[in-house]
Design a binder for this molecule. Structure first.
Ligand SMILES: Nc1ncnc2c1ncn2[C@@H]1O[C@H](COP(=O)(O)OP(=O)(O)O)[C@@H](O)[C@H]1O
Ligand SMILES: O=P(O)(O)OC[C@H]1O[C@](O)(COP(=O)(O)O)[C@@H](O)[C@@H]1O
Length: 412
């Protein structure tokens, strides 16, 4: 139900019942629809009203038809759909206070007093800022006569709950973000396809995967596809990486591998923070190793498509918990983010999760890569070691370089 923007806000719902807004924001991720469905249905189940804020923060800033009440049937079929059916955006206006002021006004006018945001660290940073500014925003709206003092009193408390939706798995405090396993599965399928043609022609492929600031997708894709070499932002390769990479790949070929796969995260760089580009890697493979090399940029294929079972499950369990968190919140409860840690759905302080996430970026910027690896999460370094041990080194003491029939050799 859309309310004319000129009409006064509806009376608050009785007792502890709330009008709960749900929004997806930032880069879309498979599983976001599951989160919307769970928040809508759990809200209704608990006697609350659910509202979808369409197009991320843009919906708050613009209001009107972009804020819509959702009923049980409105989210039928959402669980298995990719992308986000209520839309998302990277909204510049919300980055500035006037945009957030409009957002506050439209929330109050719709009578929404709690907001669940499913997005990445940027979206959750914006959410935290919004909640902190909320009393000041309402004061300003009263001063501008856009709200009455009575309306301000009724809506003085805003509760925010974060759900982490991002394919990058870049948020501290949680083992997995909604979307990361679907994206990883898509990358693996794509690399399996490339493997077949690479093997047929004895070719090398340099595959760029997403991860502007985070190497989780590249690392886990390396583990899952036995890629010969990977580049991730948290752990740049050694100073003489060109020679090291060529030596590893040469050894793999001598051991009989007919194909070469190198995975480059979008945000990969060397120890001096110079970008490692797929083209640079390709040139080395072509010129130094004389391998017939192609580049494949997987791009947005990694973000689309149906969510895997894990993301359907995670988004549903976390969406339910987000509504519980709203209903348990007092005016003083710090905003939580819903996480999964060792298979348990838990609430963590949103602000700390965002701060810890930003610390990784700062450590990378400061070239403190061991800190970046440590901060990423406890297992990240361990997984990297496992990858290096089982795959990258090609350590194989019991076998010499004898080649079997049909095995590869480095040409030239
Ligand atoms: N520091 C901030 N202050 C206010 N809003 C922000 C801030 N950072 C991000 N946002 C809002 O969240 C949106 C999504 O953030 P972005 O970083 O693009 O994606 P993600 O949430 O996936 O990390 C931005 O377009 C903006 O509207
Ligand atoms: O689709 P866009 O806006 O070009 O964004 C691409 C970015 O989205 C991501 O997949 C996810 O980033 P966010 O978590 O910031 O949305 C990045 O890995 C990638 O660089």
């Amino acid at each position: 139900m859309e309310r004319p923007s000129s009409s006064p806000p509806p009376a608050p719902l009785p007792g502890k019942q709330r009008r709960i807004g749900i929004m997806t924001s930032g880069g879309d991720a498979p599983g976001m629809n599951g989160a919307v469905r769970a928040v809508v249905r759990m809200s209704i189940f608990m006697g609350c009203e659910a509202y979808a804020i369409y197009e991320g923060y843009e919906g708050l800033v613009q209001g009107g038809s972009l804020i819509k009440q959702m009923h049980w049937d409105d989210v039928r079929g959402y669980l298995s759909e990719g992308g986000t059916l209520i839309g998302t955006a990277r909204c510049k206006a919300f980055m500035e206070r006037p945009g957030r002021l409009q957002g506050a006004k439209h929330m109050v006018m719709a009578g929404i007093d709690a907001l669940v945001i499913c997005g990445g660290d940027g979206s959750l940073t914006g959410a935290d800022k919004f909640r902190k500014e909320w009393p000041g925003l309402l004061d300003e709206l009263v001063a501008k006569k856009e709200l009455t003092a009575e309306q301000k009193r009724t809506y003085q408390h805003l509760n925010i709950v974060g759900l982490v939706g991002s394919i990058d798995n870049d948020m501290s405090s949680t083992d997995a973000t909604i979307g990361c396993y679907s994206s990883l599965a898509r990358i693996c399928e794509a690399i399996d396809c490339i493997d077949a043609t690479a093997e047929s022609h004895q070719r090398a492929f340099v595959i760029e995967v997403m991860g502007r600031h985070c190497g989780w997708l590249a690392l886990m894709a390396g583990v899952s596809t036995s890629a010969d070499f990977i580049f991730i932002p948290e752990k740049p390769p050694s100073e003489n990486w060109e020679a090291e990479m060529c030596s590893i790949i040469r050894r793999h070929r001598e051991m009989g591998k007919r194909k070469t796969i190198v995975i480059v995260a979008e945000g990969a760089h060397d120890l001096a923070l110079r970008k490692v580009t797929p083209t640079r890697v390709k040139d080395l493979l072509s010129n130094d190793l004389k391998l017939d090399t192609r580049i494949t940029t997987l791009g947005h294929v990694q973000r689309g498509g149906r969510p895997c079972a894990y993301d359907r499950m995670l988004s549903t369990l976390q969406g339910v918990e987000a509504v519980r968190a709203v209903l348990n919140a007092t005016p003083d409860t710090p905003s939580p983010v819903i996480c999964v840690i060792e298979n348990k759905i838990v609430r963590k302080p949103l602000l700390k999760a965002v701060e810890d996430t930003l610390e990784v970026a700062k450590a990378i910027e400061a070239k403190d890569f061991s800190r970046a690896m440590h901060l990423r999460d406890a297992e990240f370094a361990e997984y990297h070691n496992a990858y290096t041990t089982t795959t990258a080194t090609g350590h194989h003491p019991e076998k010499t370089t004898t080649q079997g029939p049909g095995k590869s050799s480095i040409p030239g």
